[in-house]
Design a protein around this ligand. Structure first.
Ligand SMILES: Nc1ncnc2c1ncn2[C@@H]1O[C@H](COP(=O)(O)OP(=O)(O)O)[C@@H](O)[C@H]1O
Ligand SMILES: [Mg+2]
Length: 572
């Protein structure tokens, strides 16, 4: 059980550390507040310690001086009493003398207990002969042995800090001033005046408490100040960031609130001005592009009516071409083929303007891609026969089902096949497919002219051709791959090209098997297994420089020239 708990607790700690680190990195306020806290604790702590040291030194010094002075005075008085007794006519007993000294000193100390008195005999104790006295039950152990030895050895006033112990168990810090007295007829006595430091201790405790409270208030105040100040700065900055986020996600009417006249207000105002400028610019561009879209679609529509009339006239001429002379007959044929292209172009233009206007919808249903490919091959077969190109379908045995719009996907595959046949130099065109758990891919491979370095990223551009000098006689309308790419994107799919000049190209269509899910990988590589010996080409999304020269070489031109026969029929 502990074994199972340890990793989870460990990961909990790791997560917590990560969270704190992220918060530290992301929050300016947290950083400012915690550094303020750290520094104020350091500075206030240092100042407090210094102050406390000075105050205690002052208090204790004064007490020390007063105590020693009082000790000396007490000693002088005691010795005076003893000396007077010595010279008197009748010699009092030792007990009387010691009592007299103790009483007199206790009188000096007063009722407030300025100090306690301890009279200890130095020599060997012999009962009543050497009585010892102490006031207020102060114990002998209050005097440290070191001090006793020093006093006895040096016979002068000495003092030290100690703890005053009372016989009733009380212990208070104090100062012991010791001296020696010679009692006539008895011998050497030690006199100790024990000054309790209770008062000073209380004063210092109070100072410490006050300092602590002040330090705490100071730190809390500083941190609160830092928090408030950063909040004043950070809040508008955060608001600006939020507004910028919303702006960039398309909410162009989003603005910051402007409060006051300060720098932050200026920031908000400039931000809003920028947003307004952007919004205006985008609105202009939008209306321009809407206008252009409309224009394209209107033109295409408008051209349809006259085209129908021309078509009818051309059909009549074409039917009767046998009755014309050779040149006129040829003209009638040319007219017919060019009208075919014209019609195809108009259809494609209308289709692409629908994409631009966002007026396209997907009709998704689960389809077996094998059937779809078969239909596309059937449609491309007449063109393949005309070019004596063999279409090889590497059909998988089991169904390959994906949720897609059959009409659009079939159009993509047909486009790829027609392109492969047109640029394939009559070499076999292979179509294959593969599926993984989440994605299905259809791959069309040809062994024709191929693509030059860098072209793989360009083939999907509208009206782009590998060789613009070649009249628009070969291939379709120039919009085929652009429409196919839009169709693929509509499915959330990928359409990518690979090619090597002279070694053919490969186009890969990857579709998510469940509509609406995001693609992360394709079940087949973009580059064909037999193409890896050549220099790989950049993919559509990430063109990268290649060692192959970008300029078409003579060999490339020759390769292109190989299919440069004028061909009119492009409808497949
Ligand atoms: N399989 C291919 N092999 C070589 N070049 C190709 C191939 N497919 C497309 N291309 C190049 O991409 C260009 C654009 O293709 P596409 O959009 O289908 O327009 P179109 O076929 O009407 O020219 C073609 O003109 C051709 O230069
Ligand atoms: Mg084409």
């Amino acid at each position: 059980m502990t074994k199972a708990a340890t990793p989870s607790r460990h990961s909990g700690i790791v997560a917590a550390v990560r969270g704190v680190r992220a918060a530290w990195r992301q929050s300016l306020q947290l950083r400012v507040v915690s550094t303020t806290l750290l520094f104020s604790v350091m500075v206030v702590g240092l100042l407090g310690a210094l102050l406390l040291a000075r105050v205690s030194a002052g208090v204790v010094d004064a007490k020390e001086r007063a105590s020693v002075t009082e000790g000396e005075a007490g000693h002088a008085e005691a010795q005076g009493i003893l000396d007077a007794a010595d010279t008197g006519a009748t010699t009092p007993s030792a007990t009387q003398l010691v009592d007299a000294v103790a009483t007199s000193l206790a009188g000096r100390a007063g009722n407030s207990g300025l100090y306690e008195v301890l009279l200890l005999s130095t020599g060997p104790r012999t009962g009543a002969e050497a009585p010892e006295r102490g006031t207020n039950l102060v114990a002998e152990s209050s005097v440290p042995n070191d001090l006793r030895q020093q006093v006895v050895a040096e016979r002068r006033i000495a003092w030290t800090y100690t703890e005053l112990r009372y016989l009733d168990g009380r212990v208070v810090p104090g100062l012991a001033v010791g001296s020696t007295l010679s009692v006539p007829g008895v011998g050497l006595y030690e006199l100790y005046q024990l000054f309790p430091l209770t008062q000073e201790q209380a004063t210092l405790d109070l100072v410490r408490r006050v300092l602590g409270v002040i330090a705490l208030l100071l730190i809390v105040g500083l941190v609160a100040l830092a928090w408030l100040v950063t909040r004043q700065v950070v809040t508008p900055v955060r608001q600006a960031a939020q507004t910028a986020d919303r702006l960039s996600s398309g909410h162009l009417q989003e603005r910051m609130t402007v409060r006051g006249e300060d720098d932050l207000a200026r920031l908000a105002r400039s931000f809003n001005a920028m947003a307004a400028g952007l919004q205006e610019q985008i609105r202009r561009l939008e209306s321009l592009s809407r206008f252009q879209q409309r224009f394209v679609s209107d033109v295409s529509h408008e051209l349809r009516t006259p085209l129908t009339t021309i078509r009818m006239a051309a059909d009549v001429l074409y039917e009767d071409r046998d009755t014309f002379d050779a040149a006129t007959s040829r003209t009638a044929e040319l007219l017919q083929t060019q009208l075919d292209r014209f019609e195809a172009l108009l259809t494609d233009l209308l289709e692409i303007s629908r994409f631009d206007a966002g007026a396209v919808a997907l009709d998704v249903e689960p389809i077996d891609l094998r059937l779809l490919c078969r239909r596309a091959i059937e449609a491309a077969q007449p063109l393949a026969d005309k070019r004596s190109t063999e279409i090889v379908f590497e059909e998988p045995e089991s169904p390959c089902v994906a949720e897609a719009d059959p009409r659009r996907v079939e159009r993509i595959v047909r486009n790829l096949l027609v392109n492969a046949i047109e640029h394939g130099q009559s070499r076999p065109v292979t179509i294959s497919m593969a599926a993984s758990e989440h994605a299905a891919a259809i791959v069309v491979r040809d062994h024709g002219v191929g693509l030059r370095p860098g072209d793989a990223s360009l083939v999907f551009n509208r009206f782009w051709r590998a060789d613009p000098s070649r009249a628009r006689t070969l291939g379709g309308t120039g919009l085929g791959l652009a429409i196919s790419l839009e169709d693929a994107h509509l499915h959330g799919g990928w359409l990518e090209a690979w090619g090597v000049a002279g070694d053919g190209s490969q186009f890969r269509l990857t579709l998510p098997r469940i509509a609406g899910t995001e693609l992360t990988s394709s079940p087949v590589p973009l580059e064909p297994a037999d193409g890896s010996t050549r220099v790989p080409l950049p993919t559509r999304t990430a063109p990268r420089p290649s060692s192959v020269p970008a300029e078409p070489s003579a060999q490339d031109d020759a390769a292109h020239a190989g299919v440069a026969e004028p061909v009119g029929e492009s409808r497949a």
